[in-house]
Design a protein around this ligand. Sequence first.
Ligand code: SF4
Ligand code: SF4
Length: 150
Amino acid sequence: MQGKGLLTGMGITFKRLMGKKVTVQYPEKKLPVSPRFRGGALDLDLDKCIACGLCAMSCPNQAIDLSTEMGENKKKRLTSYKHLSGRCLYCDLCIEACPTKAILWDKNYENSQYRRERLDVDCMERARRKRPARQAEPQTGSAGQTEGGE
Ligand code: SF4
Ligand code: SF4
């Protein structure tokens, strides 16, 4: 019986050895994440955000720290927007509450840090860096802040 079990085991090992690989050489190679994956920091679209603050109000753990001001056209605009990812529960309530779909997950799962404050992500700063230079807005309220992961 022992010999048969050994042969069966060796057979499975040999089959797996020759078969299609199911693992990847991380971190050189990464698997695509699911579309429903919640992770990383909030990716803010400055063109869509109307500075309503609903995302921060819907957050059960005060993980969104934003401030606004009244613009010249009597419309509110953001002056700072931080996602305190160390406090985030990844419950998705902020994204569901946003009326203009201005926030999404950046899906970055490599965000471990040595210091807690490095988990605070300046979403406005990141959004500005992603924007083409011609669309850049005046730098208000976020000067001197650093972003988690950098
Ligand atoms: S996912 Fe939940 S905990 Fe995290 S910022 Fe959004 S509402 Fe707050
Ligand atoms: S809910 Fe959406 S539109 Fe309102 S402040 Fe938050 S990100 Fe901007």
